[in-house]
Write a protein that binds this ligand. Structure first.
Ligand SMILES: Cc1cc2nc3c(=O)[nH]c(=O)nc-3n(C[C@H](O)[C@H](O)[C@H](O)COP(=O)(O)OP(=O)(O)OC[C@H]3O[C@@H](n4cnc5c(N)ncnc54)[C@H](O)[C@@H]3O)c2cc1C
Length: 452
C-alpha cells in the first residue's frame, strides 16, 4: 500500500535508482518509495521501446551487462568528484554487483599487449583507452536484478506502471511528486533517475523549475559490423576496445563505443524513432563483431536542442529506410546505395536482418560521414581489414543526453534535497557510473538524515 508521505521518493527503477535505494536501505532511513513507469522484473520481456528500456532495472535489464571498471569511461562523474573518490566508488559498486552474483572474471587487465596496442594506436593517430570490464552478459542481467529486487522487497515500496508527472516544488523547497494518475505524494527528499528514456521529461521539468543547465554534446554515428576475425586482435587484448580520434577535416571528437565481440546488432526504439545498438551474449556467439563510431558535437548559441537534432537525423533514416538503414562501406565510398542483392553478396552477413539496404549519405551530414570514414581508415592501420568494402554500416546510432544540469558534487540541484542521478541527467553513460551516482546521492541523504 502506498503512503501519502515518505522520507525519500525515487523516480525510476534503473541502475542509478536501484543503487540509491540499496545505499539508503542500509542506513537509518525511515521510508522510501520508488515510482517506475514500467513493469516489475518478473513481468519484463525483451521487446522494443518501452519494453526494452522501462521497468525494474531500466535499460540495464536487457543491456549487454558490461561493467566498466575504468574511471575514464561511462560518464562525467570525474567532473564532479575527485578521481580517487571515483575509483573508490567504482570498487564499492563492483563489490555490490559481485555480491549479487556478477562473475569474478575481469577482462582487459593491463598487460604488455595493452601497452603495445596503446603505442601502436598512437602511431595511427588514435588514443587507446585501456579498460577493465566485468561482463555479466545479457542473459545474466535479469537474474541479478531479480536478486536485488528480492533483497529490497521488504525495505522499499516499489510502485510499477506509475509514471511521475511532475516534481513538486513549493516556495523553492522540494515537497514530493505528482503522479500521472493525479496522486500527490509528499517526500523530504526526491531523487530522479529517469534514464535516457526519460531525458525529455527531465529536461522539461528542469526548465519548468528554472534549474540552470548547460548544453550536452549529441553523439551521432553508425554501428559498424565486420567478421569477428578482423577485430579479434583488438577484442582479445581489450575486451571492450575504446579508441578516440580527432577527425582531420573537422577536428571533431570521434570515438568507438560498445564493442560486442561475436555479438549482434539490434534496434532500439525511443519515442517511435528506431535507432541501432548492439549487444553480445556470454554463451551465444555470432560470426561478427560490432561497435559504434560516434561523432560528438556540442552546439553553440543560439541553438539549444541537441536532442531534437539527434532525433531529426534518426527520423530521416527511418523516413528513407522504413527503420534502420544498412550499407556496405564499399557502396558508400562508391557513391551508390546498397541493395538486397549487394548485401547478399557481402562477405560480412548482417546480424540485423530487418535493416533496409540503402544510402547513409542521404541521412548523415557530410561532417559526420567524413569523420566516420576517417576514423575507419585510422582503425585500419591497427586492425587491417576494417576499412574493407565488405564492412557493414548501420544507421543511425544516436546517443542523446539531457543538458547537463548544474549540480553539486553530491548531485544535488539548486533546489535543496532534489537530486539528479544517472543517464537522464546527462552525467552518466553506463551501468557503473549510473550505479555510482545513486550511491553518491544516497550517501549524502543518509548523512543529512543522520544529522537531523
Ligand atoms: C541495448 C543496451 C545495451 C547496453 N549495454 C550496456 C553495457 O554493456 N554496459 C553499460 O555500462 N551500459 C550499457 N547500456 C547502458 C545502461 O543500460 C545505462 O547506462 C543505464 O541503464 C542507465 O541507468 P539509469 O538508472 O540512469 O537509467 P535507466 O536504466 O534508463 O532507467 C531509468 C528508469 O526510469 C524510468 N522512468 C523514466 N521516466 C520516468 C517517470 N517520469 N516516472 C517513472 N519512471 C520513469 C524508466 O522507465 C526506466 O526504467 C546499455 C543500454 C542499452 C539500451
Amino acid at each position: 500500500m502506498m503512503k501519502k508521505q515518505y522520507q525519500v521518493a525515487i523516480v525510476g527503477a534503473g541502475p542509478s535508482a536501484i543503487f540509491a535505494a540499496l545505499t539508503l536501505s542500509k542506513g537509518r532511513m525511515k521510508d522510501l518509495v520508488i515510482f517506475e513507469k514500467g513493469k516489475d522484473i518478473h513481468e519484463r520481456k525483451r521487446g522494443r521501446g518501452m519494453e526494452l528500456l522501462c521497468g525494474w532495472g531500466g535499460a540495464g535489464a536487457f543491456s549487454d551487462g558490461k561493467l566498466t571498471l575504468s574511471p575514464k569511461v561511462g560518464g562525467f562523474l570525474g567532473d564532479f568528484i575527485p578521481q580517487s573518490q571515483l575509483v573508490n566508488l567504482l570498487r564499492k559498486a563492483d563489490e555490490i554487483y559481485l555480491s549479487f552474483g556478477a562473475p569474478k572474471e575481469v577482462f582487459g587487465q593491463s598487460s604488455d599487449k595493452t601497452e603495445a596496442l596503446y603505442q601502436e594506436a598512437k602511431l595511427a593517430g588514435l588514443e587507446f583507452i585501456p579498460m577493465e570490464i566485468r561482463h555479466l552478459g545479457t542473459e545474466n542481467c535479469v537474474p541479478l536484478l531479480k536478486k536485488i529486487r528480492n533483497a529490497l522487497e521488504k525495505k522499499v515500496d516499489v510502485l510499477f506502471n506509475t509514471p511521475v508527472k511532475e516534481i513538486l516544488v513549493e516556495n523553492g523547497k522540494i515537497k514530493g511528486v505528482w503522479l500521472e494518475n493525479g496522486t500527490r505524494v509528499n517526500a523530504d527528499y526526491v531523487i530522479c533517475g529517469p534514464g535516457r528514456v526519460g531525458a525529455q521529461w527531465i529536461k522539461n521539468e528542469v526548465q519548468r523549475l528554472g534549474i540552470p543547465s548547460i548544453p550536452s554534446p549529441v553523439d551521432i554515428g553508425v554501428r559498424v559490423e565486420a567478421p569477428a576475425s578482423i577485430l579479434q586482435k583488438l577484442t582479445d587484448i581489450a575486451y571492450e576496445a575504446k579508441f578516440i580520434y580527432y577527425s582531420k577535416t573537422f577536428d571533431d571528437k570521434v570515438r568507438t563505443f560498445c564493442m560486442n565481440p561475436f555479438g549482434e546488432v539490434v534496434t532500439e526504439t525511443i519515442d517511435e524513432i528506431v535507432t541501432v545498438n548492439g549487444h553480445s551474449y556470454a554463451n551465444k556467439k555470432t560470426e561478427n563483431t560490432n561497435f559504434a563510431i560516434l561523432v560528438s558535437n556540442t552546439f553553440t548559441e543560439p541553438f539549444n536542442d541537441p536532442i531534437g537534432y539527434g532525433k531529426y537525423i534518426a527520423r530521416l533514416a527511418n523516413f528513407l529506410g522504413n527503420g534502420v538503414i544498412i550499407q556496405r562501406l564499399g557502396d558508400l565510398l562508391d557513391g551508390r546505395r546498397s541493395t538486397p542483392d549487394r548485401i547478399n553478396r557481402c562477405i560480412t552477413q548482417p546480424t540485423l536482418i530487418s535493416a533496409t539496404p540503402g544510402d547513409l549519405s542521404f541521412v548523415l551530414p557530410y561532417r559526420h560521414l567524413k569523420s566516420i570514414i576517417e576514423m575507419l581508415e585510422a582503425l585500419d592501420r591497427i586492425t587491417p581489414g576494417i576499412f574493407s568494402r565488405h564492412t557493414l554500416l548501420y544507421g543511425v546510432e544516436v546517443k542523446f543526453y539531457t543538458n547537463r544540469v548544474k549540480i553539486s558534487p553530491a548531485l544535488e540541484t539548486d533546489i535543496q534535497n532534489l537530486f539528479l542521478i544517472g543517464d537522464g541527467a546527462g552525467i552518466t553513460r553506463g551501468l557503473m557510473q549510473a550505479s555510482i551516482s545513486g550511491i553518491l546521492a544516497g550517501d549524502e541523504i543518509l548523512r543529512r538524515i543522520g544529522n537531523e
